[in-house]
Design a protein around this ligand. Structure first.
Ligand code: THU
Length: 166
């Protein structure tokens, strides 16, 4: 079968880019900022350094990195750090897009890392609370950037706060 496009789209919510250069400029910028943020990870246990960057509706950039603890379950992912930072510092602004990158300590090359289930749950509630979805960019596997239209697309049939009241 003829290969028409390098960008493979599936289930319409997801798009794969085999070259970072094919992404839009804003996504490339966010990836760059997420890489910088990964250098502030505190990950002496896993040695897996993760950075996340979000852009808000007025162009404000917020970054976060994973923060670990000797009491392992207290480790927090870069995604939740960046979201809670944005919510605290810019409570009126909406998140438009998030990029997440990771690398192992002292490795220059990025390691594929897609958001964990706990973060997907939190990301999804951010979409509910701001009444707007946001895009998510992650490195799915070597040379495969995944762009998702929303956090909810990463967690179908997610439990939501309206389940508690309706
Ligand atoms: N981690 C993140 O920060 N985000 C992810 O998407 C995957 C996992 C962190 C948590 C922990 O500090 C380390 O990576 C290893 O799991």
């Amino acid at each position: 079968m003829k290969h028409h496009s390098k960008n493979f789209t599936f289930m319409k919510e997801f798009e794969i880019f085999h070259d970072i250069e094919e992404l839009d400029n804003e996504s490339k910028y966010l990836i760059h900022k997420a890489k910088e943020a990964a250098s502030h990870a505190y990950a002496p246990y896993s040695k897996f350094h993760v950075g996340a960057a979000v852009i808000l509706d007025d162009g404000t950039l917020v970054t976060g990195s994973n923060q670990e603890n000797a009491s392992y379950p207290l480790c927090i992912c870069a995604e939740r750090v960046v979201l809670y930072t944005a919510a605290t510092q810019y409570p009126e602004k909406k998140i438009m897009k998030m990029a997440v990158v990771a690398h192992r300590k002292n490795h220059k090359e990025l390691s594929p890392a897609t958001c964990c289930g706990a973060c997907r749950q939190v990301m999804s509630e951010f979409e509910v609370r701001q009444n707007k979805s946001f895009e998510v960019i992650m490195l799915k596997s070597k040379n495969e950037w995944l762009k998702c239209v929303s956090a909810e697309s990463l967690l179908p049939y997610v439990f939501k706060r309206n389940n508690l009241h309706e």
